[in-house]
Design a protein around this ligand. Structure first.
Ligand code: TYD
Length: 131
C-alpha cells in the first residue's frame, strides 16, 4: 500500500460489549515493533508534524476523535478518526499531523520499527524535496 488508506477491523459485539483485534498479516500490512499512544492533549494542540523515511504506521483513535492530516508532498488529505475499529494506514514518506483532538481522546499508533530519531523528517520543506 503506497497511499494512506482507511482500515476497518472486525468488531465482535455481544451483550458484554465490543471487542476489536488485529493480527499480522491479516489486518495490518507490517509487523508491529512499536506501539505508543497519545492522550491528555490540551485543546488546540497538534502532534506529529513529521514524516518517516522507512517507518509505516497505523493510527487508531481508541476514544474520542482526532483529525489526521496527511500529504505526500502533492496530494493532501484529512481523515477524521472517531471509531475504535477504524484506523488510518500511513505509508513511508508521508507527512502527517494530528489535529483537533477531542477532550479525553486516546490515539494509539502502531509502528513498523523501533524508535529511531534518524528516521524522522521534521522539516516539511526537506520532506517535499527529499529524494
Ligand atoms: P514526538 O515525536 O515529539 O511526538 P509526536 O510525534 O506525537 O509529536 O515525541 C515526544 C518525545 O517522545 C520525544 O522526546 C521523543 C520521545 N519518543 C520516544 O522516546 N519513543 C517513541 O516511540 C516516540 C513516539 C517518542
Amino acid at each position: 500500500m503506497s497511499r494512506p488508506s482507511l482500515l476497518n477491523f472486525n468488531k465482535i459485539s455481544d451483550e458484554r460489549g465490543n471487542l476489536t483485534y488485529i493480527q499480522f498479516p491479516d489486518h495490518i500490512p507490517f509487523k508491529i515493533k512499536r506501539v505508543y499512544w497519545i492522550y491528555d492533549v490540551p485543546s488546540g494542540q497538534t502532534r506529529g508534524g513529521h514524516a518517516f523515511k522507512t517507518q509505516k504506521e497505523v493510527i487508531i483513535c481508541l476514544s474520542g476523535s482526532v483529525e489526521v492530516y496527511v500529504s505526500d508532498g502533492k496530494i493532501e488529505e484529512s481523515y477524521t478518526l472517531n471509531r475504535p475499529f477504524t484506523a488510518l494506514y500511513v505509508p513511508i514518506m508521508t507527512w502527517r499531523q494530528l489535529r483537533n483532538f477531542s477532550t479525553n481522546s486516546v490515539v494509539m499508533i502502531l509502528n513498523s520499527d523501533y524508535y529511531k530519531e534518524e528516521d524522522y523528517i521534521h522539516e516539511y520543506s526537506m520532506f517535499s524535496t527529499y529524494e
